[in-house]
Write a protein that binds this ligand. Structure first.
Ligand SMILES: [Zn+2]
Ligand SMILES: [Zn+2]
Length: 141
């Protein structure tokens, strides 16, 4: 079943579609990422633990039991922070992953935030393109 399917007709139409600004609740137009807080990570681990327990219950007893990797540690997990235009942090800051403790969007720190975002991933170094032959260059010989 498609989770994005339109709701049945007898349900009231939601006043807005899409996420709301974390600070004021207006319709969000921008977003950025931050790491999970301890509570959020606990929740991720709890859900994963339940999924594994269910998988063990449903496993075929005639086969070796399923083996799971260690529970997630938060590495690679992010939460999306939504914001309206007036509460948006700078575009440069929004391109980075923020700390779990980041309180943005927060009026006191706008257009910045109160954490030190993670550095961007290493930029890919593209090999320099070989020069085109002269007769492929507009205005060339
Ligand atoms: Zn807002
Ligand atoms: Zn931040």
């Amino acid at each position: 079943m498609d989770a994005l399917a339109t709701p049945p007709a007898n349900e009231p139409t939601p006043p807005r579609s899409g996420p709301a600004c974390t600070a004021c609740g207006e319709t969000a137009i921008v977003h950025w990422l931050r790491r999970l807080t301890g509570d959020e990570l606990d929740e991720v681990r709890r859900v994963e633990q339940e999924r594994r327990e269910q998988a063990l219950l449903l496993a075929d007893p005639q086969l070796p039991p399923p083996v799971f990797p260690p529970l997630p540690t938060g590495e690679g997990f992010t939460r999306t922070v939504y914001s309206c235009g007036p509460h948006a942090i700078t575009m440069d800051a929004a391109a980075l992953v923020h700390a779990s403790s980041c309180t943005a969007p927060n009026d006191a720190d706008l257009p910045g935030c109160d954490c030190t975002p993670e550095p961007p991933p290493e930029a890919r170094i593209e090999p320099a393109a070989a020069p085109l032959p002269d007769h492929w260059v507009t205005g060339g010989a």
